[in-house]
Write a protein that binds this ligand. Structure first.
Ligand SMILES: Nc1nc2c(ncn2[C@@H]2O[C@H](COP(=O)(O)OP(=O)(O)OP(=O)(O)O)[C@@H](O)[C@H]2O)c(=O)[nH]1
Ligand SMILES: [Mg+2]
Length: 261
């Protein structure tokens, strides 16, 4: 089942009636930074406060239904959708899943993920300003299209971006960041917030290692420099080699959440 924006009509307005006011969104930030840098900071803080409040409400909703929510983030093209396609195919017989997928444009990812048979809700952020991340109010609206009593796992594929999604709590239980071996070993050091705020990291596309001059040890050291205890799963979502530990981790989270409910 594929549900698109035009069916659920996601509004571009935050709870306080302001239109999109992400720290670097076009109109708002420009106006405020011309007036005063301090004022800009106040506005940003307030937007994030509103988002955090909505995220807490989402979390309470998901907790009431015993649904484990995973926020999956990465740069564009690191392999979020491929990892989900392969993961859903393996865990779906065992675990009831749904997916919310965020993109600026197109339903390409949702079309790919709908093949799994899981309910998929597509969010196109170009309908509300082309946001480079998913925010809590968007997840709240998308979740209305999903029967939360019928699922145990909700995976959110965030918009491909290694910076902005890290700033926005959406009410998830855990965050996974994917880094692929074509991106360079230093990315965790250059984009530390994403790695600091994630609970696990996937080092993807390891099937390409024979063709690259890539130092896996250095990449893992970069991740651990930012987040010392974070589990790192090295795998290829193309060949599925190494996916076992990641899937075991995911299944364990869902089981633990169900036991808490
Ligand atoms: N060789 C190889 N290619 C992969 C792997 N995982 C994904 N790809 C390829 O990488 C490209 C991007 O993969 P996607 O899964 O669409 O990446 P994404 O993170 O969902 O991309 P966005 O949603 O656009 O941010 C596709 O051509 C995939 O086939 C992998 O493990 N190995
Ligand atoms: Mg994708």
């Amino acid at each position: 089942m594929l549900i698109q924006n035009d069916k659920i009509r996601l509004a571009r307005h935050h709870q306080d009636g302001h239109s999109h006011s992400h720290p670097h969104s076009r109109g708002d930030t420009e106006v405020h930074s011309v007036k005063s840098g301090r004022r800009e900071i106040k506005v940003v803080r307030r937007v994030l406060d509103v988002n955090d409040k909505m995220a807490d409400e989402n979390r309470e909703l998901f907790n009431r239904h015993g649904v484990f929510v995973l926020n999956m983030m990465s740069s564009p093209g690191s392999g979020k959708t491929t990892t989900l396609e392969k993961s859903l195919a393996t865990i779906m017989p065992e675990i009831k899943c749904a997916v919310i997928v965020g993109d600026i444009c197109t339903t390409n990812d949702a079309d790919r993920l709908a093949v799994s048979g899981a309910p998929v809700v597509q969010i196109n952020t170009d309908e509300f300003g082309g946001d480079c991340h998913l925010a809590a109010h968007v997840i709240e609206k998308a979740a209305r299209s999903i029967d939360l009593d019928a699922i145990e796992l909700l995976i959110v594929e965030n918009v491909g971006n290694l910076v902005c999604p890290a700033e926005f709590d959406i009410g998830e239980d855990a965050r996974a960041v994917i880094l692929s071996v074509t991106e360079g070993e230093d990315k965790p050091l250059k984009y530390p917030l994403m790695f600091r705020k994630s609970d696990i990291a996937i080092l993807n596309k390891t099937d390409l290692l024979p063709y690259l001059d890539y130092d896996v040890g250095e990449a893992v050291r970069s991740i651990r420099q930012i987040h010392p205890d974070m589990p790192v799963f090295e795998m290829s979502s193309k060949t599925e080699e190494g996916m076992g530990p990641w899937l075991d981790w995911l299944k364990r989270q869902v089981r633990d959440k169900l036991q808490q409910a």
